[in-house]
Design a protein around this ligand. Sequence first.
Ligand code: ADP
Length: 477
Amino acid sequence: MKALSVAPEIYPLIKTGGLADVTGALPAALAAEGVAMHSLVPGYVPVLEALGSAQEALRFDDLFGGPARVLSGRVAGLDLFAIDAPHLFMRAGGPYGYADDATRFAALGWVAAQIGRGTIAGFMPDVVHAHDWQAGLAPAYLHYDGGRRPGTVMTVHNLAFQGQVPPHLLGALRLPPAAYALEGVEYYGSIGFLKAGLALAERVTTVSPTYADEIRTDAGGMGLGGLLRVRGAAMVGILNGIDTAVWDPATDAHLAAVFDAERIAARAANKAAVQARLGLAPEPDTLLVGVISRLAWQKGMDLLAEALPALLAAGGQLALLGTGEPALQSSFAAAAASHPGRVGVLLGYDEASAHLIQAGADVIAVPSRFEPCGLTQLCALRYGALPLVARVGGLADTVIDANEMALSAGVATGFQFAPPTRDALEAAIARAVRLWRRPDMWRRLQRNAMASDVGWARPARRYAALYRELAAQPTAR
Ligand code: ADP
């Protein structure tokens, strides 16, 4: 079974968010399932540098405004195809946000469709798997080109990013006039990249079962709810995993002390280290709540700021690592200034501190308003920090709330609250504080949390099964 992954990011070469973690981790996990996955990515500077003297697999005289090549090579355990097109991808800044993004990512989808048709000798994929709006036109080109083609899967990692571009670009994007239709790429008077993929791929997946349900509603569908209801039968939610080698408390070099489920007490040294690094009072018996997050409305960080007085009144401490909206940054910086020793704030993106906080905090709070899957709570489970999460999306699917029944059955792994409001968040904090006073019960939850299956093996089985299903029905094409 051969698959082509098409994505604008891949860890460890280019990353702005969780999508890169997924596309970087899936190929190795799928290999264990008998799926050989190649990944097609734009040839950004760091990608081409990592590829070095790669082999030329394809050449185009004119790829949307300039000559281009597809380079093929193996980097960091990944079988890569990179689009070497300096006029599109050789830019000084980040991977997105340019005036010609429509063309840049149409090129990604178009090249994916070429490779999907077997234009690279010796590589005929059974399935083309597109990730997020940047890859959304890949299923569309394969659909409109006609002829024999592989199965197609569109995965949405965050419905908030949809890739809408003006309709007059249709021809320039090499789409046929017929594509501009309700059942094609047309989207509220524009061309919708994500919409195209969701409408035209044979299967749609998203990154948790609950998010799959939420985005089928008008409230959660962000304009695509109707289409996703129509596609209902073709859509599934498959949870993400995390890289359990990178996130392993037994070997993690960022920690003050390594630990595992048999040596949870060793977490104390990490808690002390977090308190020291963030200027918090060195109090082993105080409930330490950690937050590692983009500071954004999606992440409910304003709710957290509102609930902070209640946490402090209950005797807790907050250790926050994050970066994002300036207003939220200032509000947390001000909270740290007015509550010295109780609120510690690190503004910035810091991988090492993220690992340490996971290992030292007693609770990791994720009060998101919506969360397709969420990775922070998966890391928290593995590190024995009890996740305190809004009951939305993947957060609802991965944390077992410490309600009375779950506590007495001994299966709880954290705390959930709903709806995403200050009151509900404060109530969950109060529950965590009450449970913190029962150390035996707390330890039980930590053991449960650390036993949660958060790796990639299970999701990889689901993707492999989906690919096999598609490969078994080429008659539809
Ligand atoms: P999203 O991709 O929406 O930001 P996810 O939970 O899916 O949210 O993935 C974010 C990942 O980035 C998590 O592993 C989280 O711990 C990490 N992260 C977020 N903010 C920071 C930060 N400031 N420093 C280090 N890691 C961070």
